[in-house]
Design a protein around this ligand. Sequence first.
Ligand code: EPU
Length: 336
Amino acid sequence: MQIQENYSLIKHNTFHLDVRARWFVQYDSEEDLKRLLNDEYFFSQTFWHIGQGSNLLFLGDYNGIIIHSGIKGIELLKEDDKYVWVKAGAAEDWDSFVAYCVEQGWGGLENLSFIPGEVGASAFQNIGAYGVEVSEFIDSVHTYFLETGEKKLFTREECNYSYRHSFFKEVSNRGLYYITHVIYRLNKNPDFRLDYGNVKASLEGKEVNLKNIREAIIRIRKEKLPDPEKAGNAGSFFMNPYISTIELRELQKNYPSIPFYVCDESRVKIPAAWLIDQCGLKGKTYGGAAVHQKQPLVIINSDKATGEDIALLGEEVRRIVYETFKIELQPEVNYI
Ligand code: EPU
C-alpha cells in the first residue's frame, strides 16, 4: 500500500490540473484493500476512488483521501470452441489490455482501442466507441462493497448497462463498490463491426483482421481527438442526448440535415458535437479552457486552465445549446 500526503494529482487526471489531495492512497492487492476498509481513520474522512482520471474534472484541491487501485494481472480463466474468458485487474491500462487481446486473436474490444483509462473504469463507465460498447463483452465484475467490506460479484445483467451507464454509476450506488477485477468474454471467431463512420473506409485495401481494425481505429482517433499529453482533455465532455421522435420532427423543420441515431420507435440520439458545432462554438474559450476545433464535444486545457475555467466553459456551451435547440446536454465528465 502506498500512502502520500499533500500529493499532486497532475499525473492522475488527463486535464493535467495541478490540484492536490490531502492524502493519496494506492492499494496493490485485495489484502491491502481489506485493510483499508477496516480502517477507522479512513472512514472518518471524505474519500473518492479514481481510475486513470481520464473522465474526471477536479474543481479544486481535494481535502480528503483519493484512492487508486494498483491491482494488475491478466489471466485466461477458461475457453471453449467459441469464446475465451479473461480476467483483468482493475488497474491494468485499458489500451495495453486491448492490444494484448488483439495479439492473442481474441475479438470484441478492438473498436475500443486507444481509449485512455483503466480496466476498472471500462466496467464502471461502460465505455463505447465506433459501434461497440464494452458491456457486450463483460461477463462479470468483481467488487468490494464498502458498507460491509465484503466481496460481491456482479453478472453482466446485474451491472444494468446502457449507453455510458451502469449500476455503479447510479446515484444511490455511486462510490459504494470498488471494482477489483473484470471478466471479459471474447470471441475466438470475431464478427467485425465496421459500420460506424469511416471505419470501413479506413481499412480500404487492407485485410479485415483484428490488428488492422485496431490500427484503423487508432488512426481515426489520432486524427480527430486531441492528444491529452499535448492538450489536457477528458474525451467527450458531454453525452449524446436522447430526444423523442416527435421532437426530432420539429427540429427537422428548421434543420433538415440534423444527424441522428435511431434507438427505438420513440427515441433517437443526436450527436452533441453537431449541436455544439451548429451554435458556432468551435474554438470558444474561457480562461485557459477551449472548445476543441476538430471535435467540439471535447473541451481542452489549452493554456493553464483551472478546473473552474473548464467547468464554466462547459456550462456556457450547455446554456447556448439549450437556448438554441431546447436540448439539455448532460456532462459525461465526472466533477470532483
Ligand atoms: N459532428 C459535427 N461537427 C464536428 C464533429 C462531429 O457536426 O466537428 C457530428 C457529425 O454529424 C458526426 C457526429 O457529430 O457524424 C458524431 O461525431 P463522432 O463520430 O466524432 O462521434 P461523437 O458522437 O461525437 C462518440 C463518443 C466518443 C467516441 C465516438 C466514436 C459519446 C459522448 N462520445 O462521439 O467517445 O469515440 O462516438 O464512436 O458518446 C468519449 O466518450 O470520451 C469519446 C471520445
